[in-house]
Write a protein that binds this ligand. Structure first.
Ligand SMILES: Cc1cc2nc3c(=O)[nH]c(=O)nc-3n(C[C@H](O)[C@H](O)[C@H](O)COP(=O)(O)O)c2cc1C
Length: 166
């Protein structure tokens, strides 16, 4: 294999192309909520993925710099709320447009059996318990067992693609 004449350029191209590839990967959006010190914390995530059916489990990739990250510990509960099409304001707020302590003022939230906020009118609300956390680069892969589910009647998920909502 020929070596690259300009490694710096090759690395820059890889970063640009990787970003371009991921912008072409359409995703649903979820709000991941955990209990912080005295108040809940939440973050928007496109990385929520179905992991296994038996046991019912998901994974989510969380930046280690995110406010929620220190609250994600094995055995602790999280609430994962898959957004509906009309909830793009909730996605934007929990994606960083609104200060951490004011995010739960956006959207209608109830309290689940673990005392965590759960989003009304979401496509699905998953009550989860964290199993494993695996650091990888800048992120951590968080594996969580799904313990309870609430579903919306209609299937109308919010989709994020190319930096925009569909
Ligand atoms: C649509 C959307 C999807 C996102 N997906 C992820 C994700 O999967 N993992 C992640 O770590 N950050 C993701 N982010 C970025 C975080 O939501 C954002 O950085 C947030 O502000 C982090 O929380 P903090 O401000 O409390 O640190 C996403 C943001 C948006 C708008």
């Amino acid at each position: 294999m020929a070596s690259s004449p300009d490694r710096t350029l090759a690395v820059a191209d890889m970063a640009t192309d990787f970003r371009g590839a991921m912008r072409r990967l359409a995703s649903g959006v979820a709000i991941v909520v955990a209990q912080g010190a005295g108040a809940p914390v939440g973050m928007a995530a496109t990385s929520v993925t179905s992991l296994t059916m038996d046991p019912p489990a998901i994974l989510v990739c969380v930046n280690q710099s995110a406010g929620i990250h220190p609250c994600l510990t094995p055995g602790s509960p999280i609430s994962v709320n898959i957004l509906s099409r009309h909830q793009r304001d909730v996605s934007a707020a929990f994606g960083g447009a609104v200060a951490r302590e004011k995010r739960f003022e956006v959207g209608q939230w109830s309290i689940d059996d673990h005392g965590l906020p759960t989003l009304d009118e979401a496509q699905a609300n998953l009550a989860c318990t964290i199993g494993n956390i695996m650091p990888f680069g800048t992120h951590s892969i968080v594996v969580a067992h799904v313990t309870a589910i609430r579903l919306s009647a209609a299937v109308e998920p919010l989709i994020y693609q190319d930096g925009q909502y569909l």
